[in-house]
Ligand binder design. Structure first.
Ligand SMILES: NC(=O)C1=CN([C@@H]2O[C@H](COP(=O)(O)OP(=O)(O)OC[C@H]3O[C@@H](n4cnc5c(N)ncnc54)[C@H](OP(=O)(O)O)[C@@H]3O)[C@@H](O)[C@H]2O)C=CC1
Ligand SMILES: Nc1c(N[C@@H]2O[C@H](COP(=O)(O)O)[C@@H](O)[C@H]2O)[nH]c(=O)[nH]c1=O
Length: 369
């Protein structure tokens, strides 16, 4: 017989298949197992927003195989929902199917519904437990937890640099520092985000696309440009392929706004100090728009502002085995006068990607919620 926590691991593996698919909904997996713990009766994961959740997919899977789930145990990586969103409550579906027990990795972080699903199941006479692989489930849904708990996305800053930490040469030349393998890997991280954000400096220098094209993806993240004076050229490549694009600005300019809107962009005025965009307000706005994970690919100026304002949660750094000497750093955070002022990070992982290294580091104190 399979040790029971392995069923939660199976559910978690399924949940990982919803990455890049279920946004803005969480990534959830469900495995329904016979009461004696011997047979998987059905399994599934969250589909696109507005389509079936994991529990319903698992119930459908069992039904398609002609198997009854009466008295069975549902292993699910997040508390089943009890509210009517775009789909019916998963609790009702589990109750109607006469499930005997529900084990949820973690409670729903949404303060408006937390615990209600489990309470509803208990009230229907279903045995309920929580806990296995709670940390892993939260990590997989770090953006959803961030948005539910803080109202803002989980901000991951991606940087491609030389071994001596330079992101562009002194003369501005920056493409390409890292290998094709590292760039393709970066696209997988773009794909899991709800939005990719950059600054006007990068738009003007690189004319980037910031899409996902080295990876299969069920949907493209939308693009966000921080552009105080609306200097994004209407001919910018970002605007060419019809992806939803948000441009945050600080100084109204009717003619430039109209030109960008004609290209399909949405312009949002959020003035902050010094005539620049209010970055904290922008993150709140992106949270309200359903962005769970925000992938930042910007130059050292915007990176510096985001770090100085304490808005960065995680750094995804690709290091190429080359030294370039003088050039732009990763983030203009200084000048610091004491080392105690430095942003403290904890390394989470270090992987080889082709000839390069990929480091994942978390700003200290930004533990999962
Ligand atoms: N290797 C890598 O990983 C990457 C390298 N790059 C390179 O970086 C270079 C561009 O760097 P950079 O000019 O710093 O570009 P950024 O992408 O950082 O854009 C900077 C601009 O953002 C605008 N901005 C608006 N609001 C704010 C705010 N609150 N705080 C800070 N900035 C704000 C500013 O324009 P305004 O004055 O209008 O307010 C500023 O000039 C290019 O050479 C590019 O190739 C870029 C991305 C990734
Ligand atoms: N130079 C550099 C990167 N730079 C980032 O990639 C952007 C271009 O994206 P796209 O137009 O979609 O190909 C560019 O504007 C900058 O944000 N990325 C990397 O993985 N490695 C690199 O060496």
């Amino acid at each position: 017989m399979q040790p029971e926590p392995l069923y939660m691991q199976q559910a978690l593996d399924l949940a990982a298949r919803a990455v890049g698919l279920s946004e803005p909904n969480p990534r959830v997996g469900c495995v329904i197992v016979s009461a004696d713990g011997r047979q998987v009766l059905g399994a599934g994961h969250t589909q696109r927003a507005g389509e079936a959740h994991a529990e319903v997919m698992a119930l459908r899977d069992a039904a398609a195989r002609g198997l009854s789930v009466e008295g069975a145990t549902a292993w699910v990586t997040l508390e089943p929902c009890s509210h009517h969103g775009r789909t019916g409550p998963c609790c009702d579906a589990l109750i109607a199917a006469r499930i005997g027990k529900v084990v949820a990795a973690v409670a729903d972080p949404n303060p408006q519904v937390a615990g209600q699903g489990l309470a509803r199941l208990r009230a229907a006479g279903i045995e309920v437990a929580t806990g296995p692989l709670a940390r892993e489930s939260r990590e997989l849904n770090i953006g959803f937890f961030s948005r539910m708990v803080r109202g803002t996305p989980w901000l991951r800053m991606k940087v491609a640099a030389s071994l001596d930490g330079k992101t562009a040469l002194e003369n501005g030349v920056s493409q390409w520092i890292t290998s094709e393998a590292a760039r393709a890997d970066g696209h997988a991280w773009r794909a899991r985000a709800g939005a990719v954000l950059t600054g006007i400096g990068t738009v003007l220098e690189d004319d980037p696309r910031l899409d996902v094209r080295h990876e299969d993806t069920p949907r493209q993240p939308f693009v966000v440009i921080v552009d105080s004076r609306l200097e994004t050229p209407p001919s910018a490549r970002i605007l060419m392929d019809g992806r939803p694009t948000l441009v945050y600005a600080a100084t109204p300019d009717g003619a430039r706004q109209a030109a960008l809107e004609r290209r399909g962009a949405t312009v949002i005025q959020l003035p902050g100090p010094g005539g620049k965009v209010d970055l904290a307000a922008m993150l709140r706005d992106l949270g309200q728009r359903g962005v769970n994970e925000l992938h930042v690919e910007a130059g050292h100026k915007l990176n510096g502002s985001l770090l100085r304002e304490g808005l960065v949660d995680e750094l995804l750094v690709y290091l190429a085995p080359k030294l370039v000497g003088l050039g732009q750093g990763m983030a203009n955070v200084g000048p610091l006068t004491e080392l105690a002022q430095a942003t403290a990070l904890d390394f989470l992982s270090c992987e080889r990607v082709g000839p390069d290294l990929r480091l994942l580091a978390r700003v200290r104190g930004r533990d999962p919620f």
